[in-house]
Write a protein that binds this ligand. Structure first.
Ligand code: ADP
Ligand code: ZN
Length: 289
């Protein structure tokens, strides 16, 4: 039995085919062009296979309400060619198979929960720090969702006392994403994140913002595992800084082993590496109701 998976990103699309256990057997990467270029290539890749279902984790915001007229649409993205684009319908029409649909970060959370760092737990939080910041949560065995998917990248955090940068979010300026995503790092310090590796003050400030956010997620959701991925988290030096700052901010208020004794095993990089999202999309196809 074969299943398909799509990780739809703002810069690249990853398409994969895998078996019913979630093992990937074929995978391609496509550059994200306009939908009329990218989507036919996606459909062509899957046409070679007889698939039982496809799972999609998409960049967003997306409409994930199955009762909505625009279910499966990418909605308010700044990538204008993809604005109000019916990605789910295009796949269903092109391939005639059931499609499970969610955000990219929910798919990554799902992948890490089923096959990665949170395997065996009843949930986790997955946060990506890349071109944007977003997070997906699985709580009590269910993907957390209200009237829409959470937007955890746009929460407000206290400002670092040395930070004079105004922030980059087009909606809020200095929300978490506006202060701590890759483009904000680049604009504040004048160089790309990867070129700032040897500047301790950069990572001290970055870790402060991310720790402020994690503490809010911990207080509200009490996730049993926090997985941090995305390009900026390739700076492995962030992990010990974030763990230390989270403990300092909580200040003993949550006397649980997760934060007290086992924090090195609590705030972790993805066990599936760059494959968290695509693996999660595949598992969504396999497990769809
Ligand atoms: P996307 O969020 O578009 O899916 P990524 O997760 O790769 O893609 O994030 C891209 C962002 O991460 C860019 O702003 C880039 O500058 C930054 N980035 C990529 N690699 C590194 C690195 N090694 N160190 C710090 N920042 C990085
Ligand atoms: Zn914002």
């Amino acid at each position: 039995m074969l299943y398909g998976a799509v990780e739809a990103g703002g810069t690249k699309f990853v398409c994969a085919v895998g078996d019913e256990k979630g093992n990937i057997t074929d995978l391609i990467q496509l550059k994200t062009e306009t939908p009329d270029v990218t989507m036919p290539a996606v459909v062509d890749f899957f046409r070679k296979y007889d698939l039982k279902a496809i799972g999609v984790g998409s960049f967003g915001p997306v409409d994930i309400d199955p009762t909505s007229a625009t279910y499966g649409y990418i909605t308010a993205t700044p990538k204008t060619a993809w604005k109000n684009y019916p990605i789910l319908k295009t796949l269903q029409d092109g391939l005639r198979v059931p499609v499970a649909f969610d955000t990219d970060v929910n798919a990554a959370a799902y992948g890490e929960w089923k096959r990665g760092a949170a395997k065996g737990l009843d949930g986790c939080l997955y946060i990506t720090v890349g071109t944007g910041i977003g997070a997906g949560a699985i709580v009590g065995g269910r993907v957390l969702q209200g009237f829409s998917h959470p937007e955890m990248g746009h929460i407000f955090v206290r400002r670092h006392p040395d930070d004079r940068y105004e922030g980059k979010c087009p909606y809020h300026k200095d929300c978490l994403e506006g202060l701590a995503a890759g483009p904000a790092l680049e604009e504040r310090w004048g160089k790309k994140g990867a070129e700032l590796a040897d500047r301790p003050e950069v990572w001290e400030m970055e870790a402060s913002y991310l720790a402020e956010a994690l503490v809010q997620y911990i207080l509200i959701l009490t996730p049993k595992k926090i997985i941090m991925g995305g390009g900026v988290m390739k700076q492995a030096q962030l992990f010990p800084l974030i763990r230390q700052k989270v403990r300092r901010l909580l200040n003993g208020y949550m006397p649980f082993p997760y934060v007290e004794d086992e924090i090195d095993d609590y705030i972790v990089p993805p066990a599936l590496g760059d494959r968290a999202g695509i693996t999660g999309a595949l598992m969504m196809a396999i497990d769809r109701e």
